[in-house]
Design a protein around this ligand. Structure first.
Ligand SMILES: Cc1cc2nc3c(=O)[nH]c(=O)nc-3n(C[C@H](O)[C@H](O)[C@H](O)COP(=O)(O)OP(=O)(O)OC[C@H]3O[C@@H](n4cnc5c(N)ncnc54)[C@H](O)[C@@H]3O)c2cc1C
Length: 323
């Protein structure tokens, strides 16, 4: 392994509103720095532990990963490794010919997200707040929650998380999949003010004491999902590949490999789980003696990637939200 490149073209991955961009940039930069740090660590470890020849490790920020970049990769006798980690909207995989097929799996839960932006508040990160077993009074809409609540067979209530900064508050609301009247109603209602009221009231009850309440006047600062949606994990069917002629192995990490349609507030953890097998993978590639070794390393990496998705489906939401 001669060199290791990471890149950051400063692309705008704008799946959320423009007003959130500064914080996106912060989150993205943090995630990218983490990835870069892990990659450099792994490369240096390979240098120290593996065959003791000199290795030139380069981290190139500000590089656009495109076809031209691939063409300019110098030829080498040993396999090169490309780690694609260009986020949920990245297109590097298609440049590299990796299929964009995803497996979409239900996490057996329904959720909704909300953001509150208050420009007069400080951009100070806050400890997350969690609240459990919440029930909402929807009797005004003809939903008798209390009767269900007393029914021992009814599923437990909602879990709420409040996180972010005082300026940019994020909220996640989730409940295990069930067919109670309340859940059915919140999944199908066409009245968007109901979810807004739920987030409004929940925020005022569970916020920290030192931040202002949301009032009817400031309610426009709250944006949220219109109704509950099924929480789903999408993960790539093919997360590793070998480009034969060029002797290049490609693996996909982070949200480019697996992504939720629900913001748990700790999405980086899912990406970090994928990186757990990166050290072994790069080591195996650096010490591969033939193509069989390379294919074995790629296959092990893909198995781990599938395992990460499977584990998240089984326990991910409960770790992120239910406890
Ligand atoms: C507003 C917001 C707040 C969040 N807060 C938290 C939080 O507090 N805690 C938490 O755990 N998670 C949080 N998340 C989620 C977290 O940001 C993501 O889970 C994480 O950033 C995913 O990391 P990633 O490296 O897969 O992708 P990204 O962070 O999206 O990084 C992808 C990088 O690839 C670059 N790129 C794109 N195309 C190319 C190309 N062709 N060539 C080269 N580079 C390219 C992009 O510019 C970007 O820098 C938050 C997300 C958002 C949107």
């Amino acid at each position: 392994m001669e060199s290791l490149h990471t890149s950051n073209p400063g692309l705008d991955i704008g799946s959320r509103s423009e007003s959130e961009q500064p914080d996106h940039a912060l989150a993205w930069d943090t995630a990218l720095s983490t990835l870069a740090a892990v990659l450099v660590y792994v490369a240096v470890k390979v240098t120290l532990d593996g065959r003791k020849h000199k290795v030139d490790v380069k981290v190139q920020l500000g590089t656009k990963f495109c076809e031209d970049y691939l063409r300019r990769l110098p030829a080498a006798d040993w396999p090169r490794v490309i780690v694609v980690a260009d986020g949920s909207c990245g297109e590097s995989c298609s440049v590299l010919g990796l299929s964009s097929d995803y497996t979409v799996e239900s996490c057996q839960a329904y959720g909704a997200n909300a953001t509150i932006e208050r420009l007069d508040q400080r951009q100070v990160p806050t400890p997350e707040i969690r609240a459990h077993n919440l029930f909402f009074d929807l009797s005004a809409y003809g939903v008798e929650a209390l009767r269900e609540h007393r029914n021992p067979t009814a599923k437990p209530g909602f879990h709420l998380k409040i996180y972010g900064t005082f300026r940019n508050r994020y909220m996640a609301l989730v409940c295990p999949a069930s067919d109670t009247k309340m859940v059915r109603f919140l999944r199908h209602t066409a009245n968007a003010t109901i979810m807004k009221n739920i987030f409004h009231q929940s925020f005022n009850v569970y916020k920290t004491d030192i931040e202002p309440r949301l009032s009817d006047v400031t309610l426009h600062q709250l944006q949220c999902s219109r109704r509950l949606f099924e929480v789903q994990l999408s993960h790539r069917r093919v997360s590793a590949a070998y480009i034969d002629g060029d002797n290049v192995a490609v693996i996909v990490e982070g949200e480019a490999a697996r992504v939720l349609n629900f913001d748990t507030g700790c999405g980086v953890n899912l990406g970090m789980r994928g990186l757990e097998s990166l050290g072994t993978f790069i080591y195996s590639m650096a010490t591969a003696v033939d193509q069989n070794d390379v294919l074995e390393a790629l296959s092990a990496k893909m198995t781990h990637s599938k395992q990460v998705a499977h584990d998240f489906k089984c326990t991910g939401l409960s770790e992120a939200m239910y406890v």
